[in-house]
Design a binder for this molecule. Structure first.
Ligand SMILES: [Fe+2]
Ligand SMILES: [Fe+2]
Length: 280
């Protein structure tokens, strides 16, 4: 799909039906979750993913204070996007409950509260800087967003294959459908914004090459990010799959023809964390 305006991209997105409707969630065979084996090493991974999904609204609030978030098309997208991500967190939490991981009624509030002040200060500085640079930063935001959505979707695919739990598979297939629509939105807007001018292109590339971090890092402790990545991508051809699902797609963006930063970063985390995981 090739779009020529942001409005066309938004129209496309708004035409996508939700995968995780109330009906879909009600019809998940929750009662049979316990009938299937589930390797407990994936519990911290699910908790991490649940928390990152839940923290989306914090990121959304930050972004609304920047020129990107004030763009009428992008903010319209973000209204629905924010709701979808929160649903992902809720469904994952329900799955955790069904496999016997108890969570408090206030878990969402606790997740938001647990974000370090360091992160909040950082977010404030970034918001300030972004406002100084203005709308030329939109391309960077959108590229970052596209990469985060792609890596999230790929993480869910890996989890689906490795955990091999039929009910989790049903849930993750629904989530992945929504993540793919998010990717399409971010990626398409990034492409248009990067094409607009050279400064935006250089800035986006500079930021990704120097400041790319895996989704959730910063708001969640580094050790949790690394455990999740190493568990999901350290085995089963995980790294090879990133090449086609992420790197090659990022390289199609204007100015990103030879960028390998994402695969490099994830590969490094897998290598550095392999010994600890194997001895765990
Ligand atoms: Fe999500
Ligand atoms: Fe998403």
């Amino acid at each position: 799909m090739t779009f020529e305006t942001k409005q066309e991209i938004l129209d496309w997105y708004e035409n996508q039906p939700r995968a995780l409707t109330d009906d879909f969630i009600r019809n998940i065979p929750w009662n049979s979750v316990k009938d299937h084996a589930f390797d407990r090493k994936f519990i911290p991974v699910l908790l991490y993913m649940r928390d990152v999904e839940t923290l989306t609204d914090m990121y959304y609030r930050e972004l609304r204070r920047t020129p990107t978030g004030r763009d009428p098309v992008i903010s319209k997208f973000m209204e629905r996007w924010g709701i979808e991500e929160v649903t992902h967190g809720e469904v994952l939490n329900r799955f955790l409950n069904e496999i016997g991981v108890e969570t408090d009624d206030m878990w969402q509030t606790q997740v938001r509260r647990s974000v370090s002040t360091g992160y909040n200060v950082n977010a404030y500085i970034i918001t300030m800087l972004t406002n100084l640079i203005g709308s030329k930063f939109t391309a960077t935001h959108m590229t970052f967003g596209a990469i985060h959505e792609m890596t999230t979707a790929q993480s869910y695919r890996q989890l689906m294959d490795l955990a091999d739990h039929p009910v989790l598979t049903t849930i993750l297939k629904g989530i992945i459908r929504e993540e793919s629509a998010h990717t399409q939105f971010y990626w398409s807007v990034a492409r248009l914004e990067l094409r607009k001018n050279d400064i935006a292109k250089k800035l986006a590339r500079f930021v990704i090459e120097n400041f790319y971090y895996p989704v959730g890092q910063g708001s969640k402790p580094r050790a949790q990010t690394e455990y999740t990545i190493a568990t999901l991508f350290g085995e089963g051809g995980g790294l090879d799959s990133l090449e086609t699902t992420i790197t090659q797609r990022v390289q199609q963006l204007p100015g990103f023809g030879d960028v390998t930063k994402i695969t490099d970063t994830i590969g490094r985390i897998c290598r550095e964390n392999a010994p600890q995981l194997n001895s765990a």
